[in-house]
Design a protein around this ligand. Structure first.
Ligand SMILES: [Zn+2]
Length: 77
């Protein structure tokens, strides 16, 4: 069964440090300031409210759009 077409069609890259997704033209991660990016990422999750129960549960205190996996490792544990 074919996998559901991800995210790679979207012209984004993921911050290797925090997993934030940024446009390919960006040079600096808006979330953590890192300049280390990877185009090898999978899945997307969006944190609209870092005070939400889910964000707390994931111990994720940043707002934005993130990749679930970057270079083969999960951003959320
Ligand atoms: Zn980052």
């Amino acid at each position: 069964m074919p996998r559901k077409a991800p995210s790679k069609k979207i012209s984004m890259k993921a911050c290797k440090n925090c997993g934030a997704l940024v446009p390919k033209e960006s040079n600096v991660c808006p979330v953590c300031g890192s300049t280390n990016f990877s185009e090898d990422w999978e899945g997307i999750f969006i944190v609209l409210d870092q005070e939400s129960e889910i964000a707390k549960e994931l111990k994720f205190n940043k707002k934005g759009i993130f990749a679930i996996k970057v270079s083969g490792s999960y951003t959320i544990k």
